[in-house]
Design a protein around this ligand. Structure first.
Ligand code: ADE
Ligand code: ZN
Length: 350
């Protein structure tokens, strides 16, 4: 284990911002800032039910997941053309690079767009072009994960996977998102089996608002490699043991959990308990334009509220590379860079 020296509290935010990290749980449609929503609405002649950027932002007072999703899907209605998807992804990738995110696996929700008559090709080509540019222009490796909307049917998910197959080389996996309670993972057993047979990675949101039983079925029925959120696992001791022993990563999103009232007070978040239990926890931004912050804001605010240590900062960044779908050589490279970053930081301690 890499031993991290104690760091003075006032210097910890600098270390959190500077360390290289991977982001594994963010919805690209959740990176649409109100300003970009209005700019795209004007460019595309889309009428919004909000008079101004300020009025839209004022509506971001969420009480639970569904109250957020209603506004999030409305915001995505301004996306029509390939360039719109590129512009949205590029804006996020520039922000990610500024936060020293060196690798990101971005969720996208094709059904939100294909249901409005936008083609799968427009969606994937625009997002993928931004991913290619991120590598060459920002030095950030970026990949796409196609999410099925769980409030829709499995037949619709199967049809979506079919539509995406001509672009199989432009996304690395599938996920499951949207309204969790009442839509258990096993509803999607066939489509996940098909994705697995195609060699796609599999992840699923589970245990955000839903019960530990949904985490069990995501693992055992869908065969997922990571659990998105998973914070409700704390209520099931046998599940905690399983997650720790198998090193199943949890992609935790602290500011999201706060804004959607999973943990209304960030100081009460269970991330420290999950880490103490030996789980492979990572920190992520989920929907940064809606929840008040990108990656570094999530790190800095969570550490300030919960008192996590520099050793835990190292662990969280190391976990993000362990949990990511990068190659072994990339993983080795970033683990080395992470250690170099921490060693340099300690050398310059006063
Ligand atoms: N889609 C976008 N953000 C989500 C979240 N936090 N949970 C489920 N579905 C989502
Ligand atoms: Zn999410």
């Amino acid at each position: 284990m890499f031993k991290v020296h104690a760091v003075a509290a006032h210097r910890l935010p600098h270390l959190l911002r500077a360390m290289p990290k991977a982001e594994l749980h963010m919805h690209i449609e959740g990176s649409l800032e109100p300003e970009l929503i209005f700019a795209l609405a004007q460019r595309n002649g889309v009428k919004l039910p909000y008079a101004s950027v300020e009025a839209l932002r004022a509506a971001y007072a969420f009480t639970n997941l569904q109250s957020f999703l209603d506004i999030y899907y409305a915001g995505a209605s301004v996306l029509l053309h390939e360039q719109d998807f590129y512009d949205m992804a590029w804006a996020y990738l520039e922000r990610a690079a500024a936060d020293h995110v060196v690798h990101t696996e971005m969720f996208f929700d094709p059904q939100t767009h294909t249901e409005r008559g936008v083609s799968m090709q427009v969606v994937i080509d625009g997002l993928h072009r931004a991913c290619v540019d991120a590598q060459t222009k920002l030095g950030v490796s970026a990949q796409l994960i196609l999410c099925f909307l769980r409030h829709l049917s499995e037949e619709a998910a199967l049809e979506t996977l079919e539509q995406a197959l001509p672009f199989r080389d432009k996304f690395i996996g599938v996920g499951l998102d949207s309204s969790e309670v009442g839509h258990p993972p096993e509803k999607f057993s066939k489509v996940f089996a098909k994705a697995g047979a195609l060699g796609l990675h599999r992840v699923a949101h589970a245990g955000e608002e839903g019960p530990p039983a949904y985490i069990w079925s995501a693992l055992d029925v869908l065969g997922v490699e990571r659990i998105d959120h998973g914070v409700q696992s704390i209520h099931d001791a046998a599940l905690m043991t399983r997650l720790a022993q198998a090193r199943v990563p949890l992609t935790v999103c602290p500011l999201s959990n706060q804004k959607l009232c999973v943990f209304p007070d960030l100081a009460d978040h269970n991330i420290g308990a999950l880490l103490d239990a030996g789980l492979c926890v990572t920190i992520n931004s989920d929907d940064p334009a809606y929840f008040g912050g990108y990656m570094n804001e999530n790190f800095v605010q969570t550490f300030a509220a919960t008192g996590l240590t520099a050793q835990q900062a190292y662990q969280l960044a190391a976990n993000s590379f362990e949990a990511s779908f990068i190659s072994e050589s990339q993983r080795h490279h970033w683990m080395h860079e992470l250690k170099v970053c921490f060693e340099r930081f300690v050398e310059h301690d006063d």
